[in-house]
Write a protein that binds this ligand. Structure first.
Ligand SMILES: Cc1cc2nc3c(=O)[nH]c(=O)nc-3n(C[C@H](O)[C@H](O)[C@H](O)COP(=O)(O)OP(=O)(O)OC[C@H]3O[C@@H](n4cnc5c(N)ncnc54)[C@H](O)[C@@H]3O)c2cc1C
Ligand code: FES
Ligand code: FES
Length: 1406
């Protein structure tokens, strides 16, 4: 039914998109801006990658006219959360609005391309818009004008511009360089590799694409008149009972609002920013929406003597700006509380969410739905009040009362929030503000949060706010807390709470270690997470840490700075280093200002003075990421070896690059969504769709019954077998597709699928196999064919007998990792004449996809055309896991004779697609006194999930990577366990990552047992060439090819490893609550070249079109292929390669145009595709050479155009294809690299900061060093995710619980190395490799184990400290450290009770 929009007397919505007027009526009011942009405009730049406000792929700029201030406000928003109807009168700018390929790109687009900051490109438009928004706002400020080409942005603001945006490819360093390149205070020499200048040529802003501030008009004039017009609502509209379907109300006063609400007969939704839809993932419709953002009372910001009253719909960003502005007025001392609140709020979500998220919306969520709010905690900490409108009138309540009352009903309106000023002259108690005189005690205020990402976009495990009045005891002069507000929240509690018992206990007490210990013990009984909350012990221990961090400087008898109220200084003379400040002192220099400068390396901070620093200081340090790139650029084979920018990077930035979901829907297109199983093993007796689905465009359910005669129920296949598309009678794992709901829109299909009821029966079925242990018990295994079984080396028992020491059956567990490609699985299938189907798929394996679709439909393969142009991130996940999506669409299209497309929502993607293989490992090792290992045996249990996929090759890969050290003898026993869980598949460095990690664990263990430096044990067990040959056979090539020793030596030197190791030791000896670790490790990674086709065609005008089997996933395959084509055709004419480069286009993969495309996997597809293309070019060169020679007889210089013209006239075949098959002797080669990482671990929270990483990686003669650098950095950061952050959690049935951006945390810009240096080593020529190049896609991921090992070093130091003060339960020297080492886990290893133990030791020794 058509919807009606009641916008006063106006029946339509008016806004602008990229300067063009849009008028709409009759749109479903639940439509988001992103849906509108993607479905109803040509602008596809904004991408849907999460739909939760958690990734930034959908960011656009909104510009709004502020009627009161008569000025335009510009701000970034997540368009996936913004409702279209809230944008009446607004202007929307997408990345396309900045520039495009026809009219010229914007300097942001060009700098993204030139700094090599876009790989798959799926995140790039969102990144561009986040940056653009920051530039627009900085340039509006009153700061002095910058030099031409720069903005008014500062370097640190530039980095935080993209703080909440996720990128899975680049590792962020080049993106940060793009952002910094606009900053007025940037050191140009500090910018990384780019295509604007070469190293040594002089970095200069004039060489960059010119940035012109205010060049883009974000708010067209016609909207100015519209937006400054009369109020939008005519109250008379609401006199009658409202029951029309689908309405959007924009009341402009509280009276109108009340009228509308009273008239409402159906359920309605009040909306401010609508960001809660990202939190609670609304999957149901509301028909009536009431927009609260036009009511002056709710928008008002009012200052009074006692503080500031914020209307409930004031956005969090505006609250932050206002508080910071007020701090400027009050001065840094009196305004400190405001600044601290603002700084805490700055870590709520990300900027593009805070720009629309309201203060009131947050508090309502906290009050009504137990949302783990930061705002509730912080505002409760300062004793805020709220105003609530109920059916009986307005109430003023303290925030505490508000939180404690029963959940607000939907007709209660939060009107405003009052934040008290809390200065020296005024204090608050129970929401009542008291005037104080200057002689009274002083206030101390601090807030805390511990979250997986330090700068936001992650919900806290625990947050806290402490406000305390302190005075000096009249007798002793000691500091005594008087009134306290100790608030804790987000730990799995109904709402933020005051720890009143602790407050009472501490009030009036001289703080001594026993008193603090008792307070902490009391607190542990209060901060108790509700049953079912993850990490309960960790959260409780954080509470102890925070209280300790806060009170520590007040406690008599504890080391560290002391607080002396009388002098306003710490007793040791410092007054700036405490985690708190009163209003009589200068604020602390580690306040949460984004402008504070980095403490980059240990060379700068050897810790000598650190003992006086606060235990909590480092959390506040913000520094800007930087990096150094070192490489040789060899151009003797132009265009090979050139660091040319990535093909299509500008298009990716400007949003014009077309991904599968950007292809416009063909006429009559339908949409699919999987209904998947929630039982691990059961008969599926019935699937029932909810009755409401019928009215919402539901078409049908496609299931196994729809597979045509002659077809098979197949959804994917590998060398090792196939797997079904849909469960047939019995479902075998949670997440298994049971059917495909088909509906008129994607949204309706998803809602219908989500609401489907599936009936199961487990009668007569064995219990499912849900764990590796179950599989072993029931002998449920997959078996690898002999060719894939790794070979043992040497004799283990002899090796053990030769050992001086042995370790037996030690264990380590390795977790899984989800791909988190930014573009989820997607396909579009279009039925064609004569039983054919064209499938557009985001796939790395189009050929296999074609085979499977043909099998499923029972048609010949030549009836199936699979087209893949570009993939928005693959990492292995778009290989065999992409096929079920493409096949399901093809089946539905085949059956319904209509186009069918599907774009998995993030939750479905995460629930139905799994990545890396988790493993349980037991190892026994023998070693000599000097650290030389004599024997290693490993029993490795691999969870393969329900189908074989590529699991049978995983053992081989594990062993390949383990062999990087000379174990003398190596044996193993693998069990590839078949379980009733999602099938694991290949993910970047499959098996090798785990193997390399197992090797490092063994080395660490041996070093610990011998109490030796780990680095020494690593060196001791490095291969000689002879032992390498014994372990790897011919794939290690000749002696000079073994470059690992050189790589390591270079890295030791360039990273100043030894001097920094000494600095780390010094630092650790001076710091109790922060420990640093430094680790250096090597990798060896075998890759295999595979047969690949290539086709090169020269068209009439001399332009060249190239087809390859490989798919462009962001890894730069097209770029390298283009370079190779230019180089190879350049053999015809001297100096033509440069000119040719711009005339070559690599086009999409099409399985009917180029057959035998194979897989894009294993790091070698770019090289193989290049080689195939080189051979094809050689054929053309051979055909063209006689014509060339002939032409040269007539003229001195023959142009390419003349040559091609003549070739056409002579009817030369100008298309050549080849199928390159590598020579068996050169199928395999080894890659080498090494990394040194230094981390700092916070022993109070378990968080790890990666201070610096140095990588040296041998790329052979790189085909394109810029592309390879991107691969190295990107892979390393993905590895950080695997080793340190990404915890893949399922319930006991195997249902994935980490199923979105809220629960699965990939690295962000604030979690990657602060200093990230990469050296690409050119190790020279090698005949067995494609133009001597080496692979870079996967191996560097393994190097991220250096971060894990460095964290272990830091923890080791912590545990060693603990041994000195803790007599009981002395931690052993070695400790098991699994992956991922998330902050809760690290804290556990450091001791969840480390604070208590420390206090106990102080008490015992006093
Ligand atoms: C990705 C992401 C990360 C986040 N991270 C954090 C975080 O780290 N810490 C944190 O504290 N918060 C976090 N949030 C929550 C965020 O602060 C809230 O979503 C936001 O403040 C809600 O404001 P809104 O205007 O969008 O509310 P809406 O979504 O518009 O409304 C929220 C709810 O409140 C009701 N409502 C809104 N205003 C009123 C009113 N005035 N009176 C009565 N009812 C009302 C609505 O009906 C709705 O039920 C995050 C959110 C997202 C999307
Ligand atoms: S898609 Fe909107 S933030 Fe991820
Ligand atoms: S380039 Fe950022 S996600 Fe691929």
């Amino acid at each position: 039914m058509a919807s009606t929009v009641v916008v006063g007397s106006k029946e339509k919505l008016v806004f602008a998109v990229n300067g063009e007027r849009v008028e709409l009526s009759g749109v479903d009011p639940s439509t988001t801006l992103l849906e509108f942009l993607r479905l109803q405009t040509p602008y596809k730049g904004a991408k849907l990658a999460c739909g939760e406000g958690g990734c930034g792929a959908c960011v656009v700029l909104i510009s709004k006219y502020d009627r009161q201030r008569k000025q335009v406000e510009d701000f970034a928003v997540s368009s996936c959360l913004t409702l279209l109807y809230s944008l009446d009168g607004c202007s929307i700018t997408t990345t396309e609005g900045l520039g495009n390929c026809k009219d010229g790109f914007h300097s942001i687009h060009e700098r993204f391309a030139g700094f090599h900051a876009s790989q798959c490109g799926y995140c790039t438009p969102g990144m561009c818009m986040s940056l653009f928004s920051s530039l627009v706002n900085a340039d509006k400020s009153s700061r002095p004008d910058p030099a031409p080409g720069f903005s008014k942005l500062t370097v640190s603001e530039a980095e935080s511009a993209i703080a909440g945006n996720l990128c899975r490819c680049t590792g962020y360093r080049p993106i940060v360089d793009v952002c910094k390149s606009f900053a007025q205070d940037v050191d140009m020499e500090d910018l990384g590799l780019n295509s604007f200048w070469r190293k040594g040529e002089g970095a200069d802003v004039k060489k960059l694409p010119m940035y012109i501030p205010n060049e883009i008009c974000t708010f067209p004039d016609f909207l100015r008149c519209y937006s400054s017009g009369p109020p939008l609502v005519n109250t008379s509209t609401f006199e009658n009972k409202i029951s029309r379907k689908d309405q959007w109300f924009t009341p402009s006063s509280m009276v109108e609002l009340t009228n509308i609400m009273e008239s409402m007969t159906e359920k309605m939704e009040l909306v401010a920013g609508n960001t809660s839809s990202g939190v609670f993932k609304r999957m149901r419709y509301f028909h009536h929406y009431i927009d609260l953002t036009h009511i002056p009372e709710l928008l008002r910001i009012r200052r009074d003597d006692y503080g500031i009253e914020f209307g409930a719909t004031v956005t969090i960003s505006k609250v932050i700006d206002t508080l910071l502005g007020e701090e400027m007025v009050l001065g840094s001392e009196r305004g400190l509380v405001f600044r601290k609140i603002a700084n805490h709020l700055n870590k709520v979500a990300s900027k593009y969410v805070r720009n629309t998220a309201s203060l009131g919306g947050n508090l309502i969520m906290a009050q009504r739905k137990q949302f783990p709010s930061d705002i509730a905690t912080v505002l409760l900490g300062v004793g805020s009040c709220i105003k609530l409108q109920t059916s009986t009138g307005q109430l003023t309540l303290s925030l505490e009362e508000f939180l404690e009352m029963p959940p607000c009903s939907c007709n209660m309106i939060l009107v405003s929030v009052h934040i008290p000023i809390c200065t020296q002259e005024k204090s608050i108690n129970n929401g009542i503000i008291h005037r104080r005189n200057a002689k009274e005690p002083k206030l101390i205020f601090e807030t805390y949060r511990a979250a997986p990402r330090p700068h936001g976009n992650a919900i806290a495990y625990l947050n806290a706010a402490f406000l305390v009045e302190v005075s000096n005891d009249k007798l002793s002069g000691d500091v005594v807390p008087e009134r306290l507000r100790l608030v804790f929240g987000a730990y799995g509690t109904k709402h933020a709470v005051r720890a009143t018992k602790v407050e009472e206990f501490l009030a009036g007490r001289i703080l001594t270690p026993p008193a603090l210990l008792e307070a902490i013990q009391l607190l542990q009984k209060i901060v108790v997470p509700e049953a079912g909350t993850p990490f309960p012990a960790y959260r409780s221990s954080l509470a102890a840490s925070f209280l300790f961090a806060f009170l520590h400087p007040l406690v008599k008898g504890l080391e560290g700075p002391k607080w002396n109220i009388g002098s306003n200084r710490c007793c040791d003379g410092t007054n700036t280093d405490a985690p708190f400040c009163d209003f009589g002192t200068k604020c602390s220099n580690y306040s949460r200002s984004n402008n504070s400068q980095p403490e980059l390396s240990m060379n700068l901070d050897n810790g000598r003075t650190s003992s006086t620093k606060s235990p909590y200081e480092h959390i506040e340090r913000v520094n800007v990421m930087s990096g150094r790139q070192v490489m040789d650029i060899h151009n003797d084979c132009y265009a090979i070896g050139e660091p040319t920018k990535k093909v299509g990077a500008e298009l990716q930035a400007s949003g014009e690059a077309v991904y599968v979901d950007d292809i416009p829907s063909p006429k009559d297109c339908l949409y699919g969504a999987f209904v998947y199983s929630t039982k691990p093993l059961a008969h599926v007796t019935k699937i029932e769709l909810s009755s409401s689905s019928a009215s919402q465009g539901f078409v049908t359910l496609v299931s196994v019954k729809d597979i045509p005669k002659g077809g098979q129920n197949v959804g994917s296949q590998t060398l090792f077998g196939s797997e079904p598309l849909f469960a047939d009678d019995i479902t075998e794992f949670v997440g298994q597709p049971l059917g495909l709901v088909i509906a008129e829109t994607q949204k309706n299909a998803c809602i219908a699928a989500e609401n489907a009821s599936v009936y199961y029966d487990t009668a007569n079925l064995e219990p499912p196999i849900l764990t590796i242990e179950d599989a072993v018990l029931r002998s449920s295994f997959f078996h690898a064919p002999p060719f894939f079984v790794p070979q043992q080396i040497g004799c283990f028992s002899r090796g053990m007998s030769e050992a001086d020491h042995t370790i037996h059956s030690a264990e380590v567990n390795i977790g899984s990792q989800y791909y988190f490609y930014m573009e989820t699985q997607t396909a579009l299938a279009i039925p064609d004449e004569d039983n054919c189907v064209v499938v557009y798929s985001s796939t790395q394996v189009p050929e296999t996809c074609q085979v499977v679709v043909a099998k499923c439909l029972g048609i010949p393969e030549h009836n199936v055309r699979v087209i893949s142009r570009r993939v928005g991130g693959g990492f292995g996940g778009k290989a065999f896991r992409s096929i079920p999506v493409a096949t399901a669409c093809a089946l539905a299209a085949h059956r319904l004779r209509r186009p069918v497309r599907m774009y998995l929502d993030r939750k479905t993607d995460m629930t139905t697609v799994m990545g890396r293989h988790p493993m349980k490992v037991k190892y026994s090792v023998g070693f000599k006194e000097d650290g030389a290992i004599t024997a290693l045996h490993a029993d490795i249990l691999i969870d393969a999930g329900v189908s074989a996929d590529v699991s049978p090759v995983i053992p081989l890969a594990v062993v390949e990577a383990m062999k990087k050290y000379n174990w003398q003898s190596l044996s193993f026993d693998f069990k590839i366990c078949k379980t009733n869980s999602l099938s694991k598949s290949a993910m970047r460095g499959p098996g090798d990552v785990q193997g390399s990690f197992i090797a490092e664990t063994v080395i660490e263990h041996v070093a610990s047992e011998l109490r030796m430096e780990t680095h020494h044990v690593r060196k001791e067990n490095l291969h000689t060439f002879a032992s390498l040959k014994m372990f790897y056979g011919n794939s290690c090539g000749a002696t000079p090819d073994y470059t690992l020793p050189v790589v390591l030596d270079k890295l030791i030197e360039s990273s100043c490893f030894y001097s920094r190791a000494e600095s780390v030791r010094q630092f650790n000896s001076c710091n109790r609550w922060r420990k640093r670790g430094l680790s250096i490790l090597p990798i060896t990674y075998g890759v295999m070249l595979r047969p690949t086709p290539g086709k090169v065609s020269i068209l009439n005008d001399g332009s060249v079109v190239v087809e390859v089997g490989g798919i462009e996933l962001g890894q730069g395959l097209w770029t390298k292929v283009k370079q190779m084509t230019a180089f190879a055709l350049g053999n015809l004419l001297n100096d033509i390669s440069k000119e040719l480069l711009d005339r070559i286009r690599v086009i999409q993969a099409d399985t009917l145009s180029l057959v035998q495309g194979g897989y894009t996997a294993g790091s070698t597809t770019s090289d193989s595709s290049c080689e195939a293309v080189r051979l094809a070019c050689n054929v053309l060169v051979e055909r063209l050479t006689p014509i060339m020679v002939k032409l040269q007889e007539g003229v001195e210089i023959v142009s390419w155009d003349a040559l091609i013209l003549q070739a056409h006239r002579q009817m030369v075949n100008l298309s050549a294809s080849t199928y390159w098959v590598p020579h068996p002797a050169s199928l395999k080669y080894l890659n080498y690299g090494a990394a040194a990482s230094e981390v700092e671990v916070d022993l109070l929270t378990g968080s790890t900061t990666i201070l610096r990483t140095d990588i040296t990686y041998d790329c052979g003669l790189s085909l394109n060093p810029a592309v390879d650098l991107g691969q190295i950095e990107g892979a390393f950061v993905q590895g950080i995710g695997f080793f340190m952050m990404e915890k893949h959690v399922t319930d006991s049935d195997g249902l994935v619980l980490s199923n979105g951006t809220w629960t699965y945390k990939i690295p962000t810009v604030d979690t990657v190395p602060r200093q990230f240096n990469v050296e690409i080593l050119s190790s020279g020529h090698h005949k067995n490799r494609v133009l001597s190049s080496k692979a870079s896609g996967e191996p560097p991921l393994l190097l991220a184990a250096s971060v894990h090992c460095a964290a272990r070093e830091a923890i080791k130091a912590a545990r060693s400290d603990m041994r000195t003060y803790s007599n009981s339960e002395t931690p052993s020297v070695f400790f098991r450290m699994d992956t991922p080492a998330t902050m809760d886990y690290i804290k556990e290893l450091c001791g969840l009770d480390n604070v208590e133990r420390y206090l106990q030791s102080v008490i015992a020794n006093s």
